[in-house]
Design a protein around this ligand. Sequence first.
Ligand code: VGL
Ligand code: ZN
Length: 203
Amino acid sequence: MKALLIIDVQNDFMPGGALAVPEGDKIVPIINRLQEKFDLVIATQDWHPKEHASFAKSHPGKKEFEKIDLDGIEQILWPEHCVQNSEGAAFHKNLKTSKIEAIFRKGTNPGIDSYSGFYDNAHLKSTGLSGYLKEKGVKEIYFCGLAAEFCVFFSVKDALKEGFSATLIEDATRALDNAEFEEAKQEIIENGGKIVDSETIAF
Ligand code: VGL
Ligand code: ZN
């Protein structure tokens, strides 16, 4: 059984949003078409409380995009984004949601960030996504969404660690930084993941 996992297709990651990914909106029609090819479609939402530790404004004197040590883990300080129940945290208005069976929210713990849809960045707490997918009989997960070298990348890596086959649909993602995404793609391949284009997905 194959599942499509749609990562963080939220307004704040779209052009004009608080943490905009260049061309982030271009993937929405591709993801809508892809959904038709899957029996199971799941989404994640970055879902931060207002004073989240990943926000630069939670650390007086620190600047956006500066790196700090947060309880022993390197943390990039982001602009405030995806605050729970805000318009910025909502899905892009054109994303089809009728096939999305479950939404897993992450980044809800005020003290720690969570790029992956499976675990927080310290791998301390599971979102329940892995168990959910296993219970549904999913063996292969296909990934799309934003941002390619952060939440998509870390979700792919965790999926592989959890024993799923993981395939990234490259034209259905966009990166904040393309050079970093190239490195992330290498790491995905080295870890046994695959990278394809949406046109190859016919099943
Ligand atoms: C993300 C940075 C901070 C993402 C979320 O969805 O890739 N990136 N929070
Ligand atoms: Zn976030």
